[in-house]
Design a protein around this ligand. Structure first.
Ligand SMILES: NC(=O)c1ccc[n+]([C@@H]2O[C@H](COP(=O)([O-])OP(=O)(O)OC[C@H]3O[C@@H](n4cnc5c(N)ncnc54)[C@H](OP(=O)(O)O)[C@@H]3O)[C@@H](O)[C@H]2O)c1
Length: 320
């Protein structure tokens, strides 16, 4: 089958369209004929060698498509069924066929959801709900600040906050060009990142930018406020969290990583995925998707790395 591989770590040029073996599902797994694969920041980190994975490596943490085969012991899914799935535990989504745990699959039958849109949900939308619900433990009426608010995950966090009953929901973006894009995702207010200090105090701050944004975010927390650290898109050096300051000011800092969460708690991750699929199908959760061909994976990576994209890029694997 065709797959995009990482033959060696490096910049986007290392990505290669290859012929590789078709994977077979093991116990508790399903094989999926991939229609679209989401393109994510995480796959860039794999490509850069930030995770110690065996090479050549097929990246790809989320897909949509149709069930191709069921492994031993799998119930409740059927061959041919349209699905969205997290493939984040073992990757492999940039391919014509991928294998993943049946627990990380969301059936799409009965939903009027295009497969291109469905491929954009598993990573960012699921993360948004888990971060706010399970990690920040948001309470009705609480205020929320989301960094990189026009991005893939940022565009979902503002909406998830609203659906979970938040009060004031503010987005911070890195450039004026992104203000309108973030507003279109339902933020009450959108501020430039360097002006976030004047935006008030927040019960919850979600930071996936890192560096100065992370350090500044700590100062934006209200008493009993929680900051969730969930990425480092700026590539900045790690920021030391002053534990004594947390103690003296009643602040909490926690972390979230969907890959590790999905490996440890696949049932909960799968439930959250099925929830966001239903939300997107009903229209309460909006994603803005742009589609490229699988062969254009390097272009997708370069665009994500430029920091200028808004919404979500997906790779079309099977022609429609
Ligand atoms: N922990 C998890 O499980 C999890 C799940 C999903 C995503 N993430 C993380 O969340 C972050 C965003 O992911 P995404 O899918 O939303 O990607 P994305 O749409 O490409 O958003 C990334 C955004 O980060 C901001 N940014 C700041 N400095 C940057 C730089 N030097 N290079 C590139 N972008 C920069 C940009 O927004 P502004 O211009 O507004 O600053 C950019 O649009 C990534 O770090 C990703 O790893 C983590």
């Amino acid at each position: 089958m065709k797959a995009i591989t990482i033959p060696r770590f490096g910049d986007a040029d290392v990505l290669r369209l290859d012929e590789v073996e078709i994977p077979e599902p093991g116990p508790g797994q399903v094989a999926i004929d991939v229609a679209y694969a989401g393109a994510n920041f995480a796959e860039i980190l794999y490509r850069q060698g930030l995770a110690d994975v065996p090479l050549p490596f097929v990246p790809g943490i989320e897909v949509s498509g149709r069930v191709r085969a069921l492994g031993p012991g799998v119930e409740g899914l059927r061959v041919g069924q349209p699905v969205a799935a997290l493939t984040i535990v073992d990757s492999g989504g940039y391919a014509e066929v991928v294998v993943t745990s049946a627990e990380l699959v969301a059936p799409l039958d009965g939903y009027a959801l295009e497969l291109g849109v469905a491929a954009a949900l598993p990573s960012n939308s699921t993360t948004a709900f888990l971060v706010l619900d399970r990690v920040a433990r948001i309470e009705p009426g609480e205020s929320v600040l989301v960094h990189a608010a026009a991005g893939g995950v940022g565009s979902q966090l503002g909406q998830a906050a609203r659906l979970l009953g938040a009060g004031r929901v503010v987005g911070a973006v890195g450039s004026p060009a992104k203000v309108e894009a973030a507003r279109a995702f339902g933020y009450d207010e959108v501020v430039l990142r360097e002006e976030a200090a004047e935006a008030g105090r927040f019960d919850v701050v979600v930071d996936m930018v890192g560096g100065a944004a992370r350090r500044g975010s700590l100062d934006l927390l209200a008493p009993m406020g929680r900051m969730v650290v969930m990425g480092n898109a700026s590539g900045a050096r790690d920021v030391g969290i002053p534990a004594n300051e947390l103690w003296l000011t009643n602040k909490t800092v926690s972390g979230f990583n969907l890959a590790a969460f999905s490996a440890a708690f696949p049932e909960t991750a799968g439930q959250a995925l099925r929830r966001v699929v239903a939300g997107a199908a009903s229209g309460e959760l909006r994603v803005r998707v742009e589609s490229l061909r699988l062969e254009q994976a390097a272009q997708a990576h370069r665009r994500i790395e430029s920091g200028r994209t808004t919404g979500k890029l997906v790779l079309e694997v099977e022609r429609h």
